[in-house]
Design a protein around this ligand. Structure first.
Ligand SMILES: [Zn+2]
Length: 296
């Protein structure tokens, strides 16, 4: 039996407006667009307190929401994190000291940071089974949502990979990010881009629509607007993807109902022995680098 949830209506978390236009209904949830600032989000959505519960147990091993089996794609995930680290490198200074990975799951990106010489690396994770894994690996982890953590230190690098679209207390979270970022520190994030070609091409079939937990869909413009009151600004954004193998790409084609293309693709994969090859495939996401807005 799928779990049922209490839904609640919220104002736009970018501008506070309560005037929206309905765009789609997906899995029984309304996707709306703010009439004042054009931000796209799920409304009504799962109540904030219930949303937190969603992330604490079985989020990474679930068929209704979250990840069906996070462990299965470890090889591709680590390759993806190495690629994403290479995107961040040009924006960080020579100081590789304090880093925080928010939504760090099993700590694979923290491992990448440590392999690259970062000295003092911590994570934030809400899922109890992941927290256990992190503790076994001796990775310092906080189990408090970002907007509620106490400011004890500041970080040179803060990463949020596929996290910001989940955050129910967006404004409080962005203020906290500002407060824990070193003066010359960098925030790097990856999130679905509502203005991406992939979203425009697939419309309501875009795989990033996961209205239980992807409650907001940014563009570079709406994200910049959300950051501004908190003294933060975007210094770079570009399209981003993830490493994918033939099995992943084949299943994605099937999900988009390209059945003929999927079987052709599987045929090519078998013919050329590409089963273990990996590609960096576009996901309609954006890679964003954020710093303090010193003029603010
Ligand atoms: Zn708005």
């Amino acid at each position: 039996m799928p779990q049922t949830f209490d839904l609640q209506s919220y104002p736009c978390s970018v501008c506070g407006s309560t005037s929206f236009t309905h765009k789609y209904t997906i899995k029984g949830f309304n996707i709306v667009q703010c009439n004042a600032c054009s931000f796209v989000f799920v409304n009504p959505r799962i109540k904030t307190e219930e949303l937190y519960k969603l992330y604490t147990t079985d989020y990474f091993n679930n068929t209704q929401f979250g990840y069906e089996n996070y462990e299965l794609n470890a090889r591709l995930r680590i390759m993806t994190f190495e690629k994403w680290y290479s995107l961040i490198v040009p924006f960080v200074g020579r100081k590789k000291e304090k880093a925080l990975d928010i939504g760090c799951a099993a700590g694979d990106f923290i491992d990448v940071l440590m392999r690259n010489g970062w000295k003092d690396v911590e994570g934030i994770e809400l899922d109890t089974s992941m927290i256990e894994k992190l503790r076994k690996k001796n990775i310092p982890v906080s189990t408090t949502p970002i907007e509620k953590i106490e400011v004890k230190k500041k970080y040179d690098l803060i990463t949020l990979f596929d996290v910001v679209e989940h955050l129910p207390g967006l404004s409080d979270a962005l203020q906290k990010l500002h407060d824990i970022l070193e003066e010359d520190g960098v925030i790097a994030l990856i999130t679905p881009d509502y203005s991406s070609t992939q979203r425009k091409l697939f419309g309501k079939r875009w795989f990033q629509y996961k209205p239980y937990e992807h409650i907001q869909y940014f563009t570079p413009d709406t994200l910049a607007r959300a950051l501004k009151p908190h003294g933060l600004k975007i210094i770079h954004h570009s399209a981003s993807g993830q490493c994918a193998d033939a099995e992943f790409l084949g299943s994605r084609l099937e999900r988009y109902n390209f059945k003929a293309l999927a079987s052709l693709f599987n045929g090519v994969v078998n013919l050329f022995g590409l089963k273990n090859k990996a590609w960096y495939a576009d996901t309609g996401s954006m890679f964003v680098v954020i710093k303090h807005d010193k003029k603010a």
